[in-house]
Design a protein around this ligand. Structure first.
Ligand code: SF4
Ligand code: SF4
Length: 578
């Protein structure tokens, strides 16, 4: 065993009761195949997937049923074989309780796989081909926000990744899904990490695990022994599993404010993501299941399950022995960063690492918030070195400028500040609301800017078209004038040749015509009139758009053209007059 490398401490942090032992006693269980699965088209950060099936279609397990729409999107696969029974709004695991578009599959009970296409020797593949496999398998981060894995791996093609960090810290109370994944799938996780290493070619790989998971540490050490990667045991402290915090603990480096780990040559992936990469590449299986913790005192048999994505939450709670009369709050995620679900009709999705069915005693309602006493405990607890009491003050006053100046967007919403606040101020709620307001305003500005650019482009296009039409009209007028002059000259010649006696009369007529306008004069007159019209049209357009600098610039040229044309015509007629 290699020596434990140096580790660093992070600022702040707290030590809430862990409550992890309840859900680890039963190992990793397989719940029954659900009769119905609800597959939301949005299970990750980014764009919704686009459905490829319609009601009535038969699907096989692992078949792609919705395709990614854009770079930041993930396809969705059928978690079992059956029939698509509906396509439309369905319950979704979100605090709002609002429905989301989903594909609903009625299971046929046969669980028949589509033909898998594993890669026997992934080292023979180019990294880009492996990225395609990961993208096609619908893998998004299993540890937190659900960022699609393929674009995260390719986030900074111009930055070399020196250190790959695998996050097995799992610091949030109650949640043990990563712990159980490491205990039961360590060799597969290591194989998945090797695939990631082949893609990124890092110089070192560090697997960070908190010291409250001795079985997981032992399993991962055994699996990683012959591989170029190191298991690093870190002290148990919340929130050491935050991406930036774990990076700081393992490397001493700080990700710059507003930046990405890749900016400093680092990339961090969850151990569940490494397992999903193994399944996608070495087994040819897309992401259709995940390991989820079922815990809380309202359950008679808390446990961890390998559940199909789309399994209704109520099915899983029944499997874990829910006592409905005991259930006070149903939380998706942990007590610190999770959110309360309005009911259990929604399914689990790719990011659902835990369902906490808590009793009243377990998660009592927070006491009423009191005014801030400026004790500073929140700032001491903040792992991002922010000033939560200041942020709270600015959020109350909706002072978005100050919120951004005080780095609101560096807040990882860990809840450590609210946990220690003696005034029970729900600080994180204020920070989430502040971020949402700022994002909404930025989107509004961005939309207004896009509208302005679209309007300006349209005006320029219309002007170009008008100018083109004017040029064509002038050309047509000149051509017509030349043709007419030629016809008249021709007619005059023919008349003279056919009737010499009439020549004196014709000469008189021509003389009379000449006393009016010659063909050249007419041409000059037409040119002067055309120049005048062009000038008048531009002046009219400028009156309608006084700020149009292009039009302003054209006017002097058009005025000069008109003056010259008019002068030429007047000179021609003046010469003729004597
Ligand atoms: S911990 Fe609470 S009371 Fe103390 S300074 Fe922070 S917000 Fe104010
Ligand atoms: S929620 Fe934000 S402000 Fe509060 S401790 Fe965590 S990072 Fe700091």
């Amino acid at each position: 065993m290699t020596a434990q490398p140096r580790i660093w401490d992070i600022p702040g942090g707290i030590h809430p009761p862990q409550n992890k032992a309840q859900s680890t006693a039963r190992g990793l269980e397989q719940p029954p195949l659900p009769e119905r699965l609800i597959l939301p088209l949005l299970q990750h950060i980014g764009n919704r997937a686009e459905p490829l099936v319609k009601p009535g279609d038969q699907v096989l397990k692992g078949q792609v049923i919705a395709t990614a729409s854009g770079l930041f999107s993930c396809p969705v696969h059928a978690p079992t074989s059956g029939t698509v029974s509906a396509l439309g709004p369905a319950p979704y695991p979100h605090a709002s309780g609002l429905a989301e578009p989903a594909i609903i599959i009625d299971s046929d009970g046969e669980d028949r796989w589509i033909e898998a296409q594993p890669v026997a020797d992934y080292r023979s593949l180019e990294p880009l081909a492996l990225l395609d496999r990961i993208r096609d398998a619908g893998i998004s981060g299993l540890g937190g926000a659900g960022f699609p894995t393929a674009p995260k791996l390719a986030a900074r093609p111009d930055h070399r990744i020196d250190t790959l960090i695998i996050n097995g810290a799992e610091c949030e109370p109650y949640i043990t899904s990563d712990d159980m994944t490491m205990r039961h799938r360590a060799p597969q996780i290591v194989a998945g990490i090797e695939v990631l290493m082949h893609i990124l070619q890092p110089t070192q790989v560090l697997i960070g695990i908190e010291d409250n998971k001795p079985e997981a540490i032992a399993a991962m050490r055994a699996a990683a022994e012959q591989h170029p990667m190191q298991v690093v045991v870190i002290p148990t402290k919340y929130p050491s599993g935050g991406e930036k915090q774990l990076i700081q603990i393992l490397t001493g480096k700080e990700v710059p404010s507003g930046g990405l780990p890749a900016d400093i040559g680092l990339l961090c992936h969850n151990i569940g993501t490494a397992l999903a990469v193994h399944d996608a590449v070495l087994l040819g299986r897309p992401m259709i299941s995940r390991i989820t913790t079922l815990t809380g005192a309202a359950l008679t048999r808390p446990t961890n399950v390998e559940a199909l994505i789309g399994t209704p939450i109520q099915d899983l709670l029944s499997f874990a022995g829910l006592r409905p009369e005991q259930l006070y709050r149903l939380v998706m995620g942990g007590p610190m960063m999770g959110f309360t679900l309005p009911d259990s009709a929604a399914p689990i999705i790719k990011t659902s690492n835990c369902l906490l069915a808590a009793t009243h005693d377990e998660l009592p309602p927070p006491p009423p918030a009191l005014p801030c006493i400026r004790c500073g405990l929140c700032a001491e607890a903040c792992p991002a070195e922010l000033l939560p009491q200041q942020l709270h003050w600015f959020a109350l006053g909706k002072d978005h400028e100050q919120l951004q100046r005080h780095n609101l967007f560096d807040c990882i919403e860990c809840g450590a500040c609210a946990y220690v606040c003696p005034s029970s101020i729900p600080l994180v709620q204020y920070f989430r609301a502040g971020k949402a307001e700022i994002r909404a305003i930025e989107q509004q500005h961005s939309r207004a800017e896009q509208s302005r650019l679209r309007f300006e482009h349209r005006q320029q296009r219309l002007q170009r078209e008008a100018e083109q039409r004017e040029r064509e009209r002038q050309a047509r007028a000149e051509k017509a004038a030349r043709a007419k002059a030629a016809r008249e000259a021709q007619a005059s010649r023919q008349q003279t040749e056919a009737s010499p006696a009439a020549a004196p009369d014709l000469a008189r007529i021509q003389s009379r015509k000449a006393s009016t306008l010659s063909p050249e004069q007419k041409q000059l007159k037409v040119a002067a009139a055309t120049a005048r019209m062009a000038l008048q049209r531009a002046q009219k357009q400028l009156a309608a758009n006084p700020d149009n600098t292009d039009l302003q610039a054209q006017i002097p040229g058009l005025e000069q053209a008109f003056a010259e044309a008019q002068q030429a015509f007047e000179q021609a007629t003046a010469q003729e007059a004597p």
